[in-house]
Design a protein around this ligand. Sequence first.
Ligand SMILES: [Zn+2]
Length: 480
Amino acid sequence: MSSQPLQPSQASQAPTLALLAKDGRRTLPLSVMGDQEFVPLDDLAAAFQLTVREESLDAMTVSYKGRTIVLQPAQALASVSGRLISLPAPLSRSGRRWLVPVEFISRALATIYDVKLELRKPSRLLLIGDIRVPRIVVRYDALGASGRLTIDAMPRATSTVTQDTDRLIVKFDADALDVPSPLMPLQGAQSLAQTARLLDPTTLAITLGPRFAGFKASTQPIESTLRLVIDVAAQPDAAPPPSPQPPPALPTLGQAVSLMRTIVIDPGHGGEDEGAIGGGGAKEKDVTLAVARRAKAAIEARLGLRVLLTREDDRRVALDERTALANNNKADLFVSLHAAASLRPAAAGATIFYAAFEKDAAPPPVPDRVPTFGGGVRDIELVPWELAQTRHLDQSTTFAALLEAQLHDRIPLVRQPIASAPLRVLESANMPAVLVELGYLTNDAQAARLAGDAFATAFVQALSEAIVKLRDAQTAGGTR
Ligand SMILES: [Zn+2]
């Protein structure tokens, strides 16, 4: 939904953040600087009964019922009970007012507030408390002379459909609806469904075309989405439209279509850095490159995603350059490939690592309630480099688990196949990131297998499946 362009009329209006609670709705003004949206701290304080104090030149506190957030104006960080939370930008001053990045609400304020706060950044909505505001995506497909409306509500919300002369009225059991603009792509004049609009906060009205004869509605749960399918029929004597559009081969969740576009695969080592070397002479740098190339070809062909490799051939690439390639290309997933060596020749099996942060460094500032953005939040240049991964640890561990499940019956795994380690190549990745040790080159039998086709095929199949699962989970859950 974040991909919806603003209407020209909206673009010139000052943006606002809509606060929705059970007992009403209010708006706060937003200031946009660069790509970043800020909200005035005093407005937040008034809306949430917060106490804001300038403790010194370089520290401000924001308190609520004895719990305190410390902000340092020059830094894109907040601290809550000693735990660091990264923000996409530092505090900013506008005249006499302090502005905080809008993510402050979900990342910092939500951790001290006693009521659930859910920021939906693409829709500029802040949900306060247990309020049901499903995201709605409406799609119409012409199917020969008839047609099909698909209305997805996520999280699930039931609805009733009634006909009111030349309109279908869809009333949701919810507190409000989160709708894109426009609600439905423009349809042709011959279409059975023509326009969709919001009649009131929980009701859609769909205008019907002149050939409309009747409808049949059914619902179908898809993960956390409830899909309402309304089949609409045309009058029997009506001529079919001149060139009926075939329905899309792959039904999608409309605007909520996967946010996953680019994957970076990082074949470990290269050039004079050969990595581990097996007894039979197999080199880690060759194994990782062969598997990475295979993965690129398969994922591009099967999943239609863009796959970039951090090296295409046998060359040395610095660790930071590998992650920088992923960050600069706004990759949605980073997978680093390695093979291990052990003094124990019997050691065998693959391990999946996600980032760990050393205890004396900044702890992973993952708030209890990880903000759920509809996507498109890409503020990498403002995130402290070595903290970038902290925001994605949740998704990184999710992906590690998905990959483990897929690898399980395909290749040998170590006894505890998911582990965390302070790996620099992962820490600076500003997207979900894992590092896979494919197996042990020091185990002769395994070294021979790792270098073979069957292993690469099995691994690449598992990786593709895990990517599909992550994409599905992100599409359904809207979490990033
Ligand atoms: Zn390695």
